[in-house]
Design a protein around this ligand. Structure first.
Ligand code: 8Y7
Length: 280
């Protein structure tokens, strides 16, 4: 599985790819309204591209633990104007949403990938993807839902359960006629998982490769990195880069990050180091 098939691009995964995070959220320091929010999101897109991002992931709703759900119309109105411009930037554009209506809008406007933290568990969401001839999709594991997922995460065997869930979600899509080459899986670090769960999952991440789909990993600035380093979210750059490299070393083909420039540098050095003889 060397390419990720998406609406306009076949993304070559023979080297690890960097997905840059673009949050489209109202800017609390500006009263310029929607137009200003759109412009600042697009400026961020352009910055991440200069820093070497291979894919941009646009999101209108925060999925952080405890975050409130965003009304549908507000999400549509935030994402649409940014997406219209972003699809002209010459890179694959992913849209982070679990709402089928937002997926349909995004695919109509020309998005390449749908990134769904609910892994298309809503039948209408799976339908929206299956109705498109070739968009890419990222299926992420989450236990519970963002509002409450960190309350009491529980697993008998976190790696086995995540793998089983992801394999099932991929199979459900395949049965709707979605080609395997369109599907990427994601362990969902931080989504209904304790610090210990996240790191056990990272150590055992190679087990998630067995179903045969490429893996995407998102560790950027997450709280488990704060737990290990004692650092606040603003000071987790080094921790995030280390986690991204560990994920790539354990088979991730795409890393979803805020700090694109640092991650791109780290991956360049990592690529030059090659694999140790016992892994080659
Ligand atoms: C992930 C994600 C977030 C992730 C995928 C954050 C939207 C929380 N994390 N999507 N989204 N994987 N596929 O801290 O790990 O970035 S939001």
């Amino acid at each position: 599985m060397h390419y990720w098939q998406t609406s306009r691009y076949d993304i070559d995964l023979s080297r690890p790819r960097v997905m840059g995070i673009v949050n489209i959220t109202p800017d609390s320091f500006s009263d310029g309204g929607r137009h200003a929010d759109t412009r600042s999101a697009l400026a961020h897109c352009e910055r991440l591209l200069r820093e070497g991002a291979d894919i941009l992931d646009l999101g209108g709703e925060s999925s952080r633990p405890g975050a409130q759900a965003l009304p549908l119309q507000e999400e549509l109105d935030r994402v649409r104007p940014v997406l219209r411009e972003a699809v002209r930037l010459g890179v694959p554009i992913s849209v982070d949403t679990y709402k089928p209506e937002v997926m349909r809008m995004a695919l109509d406007v020309g998005a390449d990938i749908v990134n769904d933290i609910f892994a298309l568990r809503s039948p209408a969401a799976a339908e929206a993807i299956a109705a498109h001839p070739r968009c890419g999709v990222c299926l992420m594991h989450m236990q519970g839902e963002p509002k409450s997922m960190q309350a009491a995460p529980h697993y008998e065997d976190v790696a086995a359960e995540v793998r089983c869930f992801l394999e099932e979600r991929a199979q459900a899509l395949r049965e709707r006629g979605v080609a395997a080459a369109r599907i990427v899986l994601d362990p969902g670090y931080g989504f209904g998982k304790s610090v210990e769960h996240n790191f056990e999952l990272l150590r055992r991440q190679p087990e998630l490769l067995a179903p045969g789909y490429p893996l995407l990993a998102g560790w950027s600035r997450k709280s488990s990195l704060g737990a290990v380093t004692g650092r606040d979210v603003a000071d987790r750059l080094a921790a995030s880069v280390a986690a991204a490299l560990a994920a790539v070393e354990r088979g991730a083909r795409i890393v979803r990050v805020h700090d694109v420039a640092a991650t791109v540098d780290a991956l360049k050095v990592w690529a030059h180091a090659g694999l140790p003889s016992w892994q080659a």
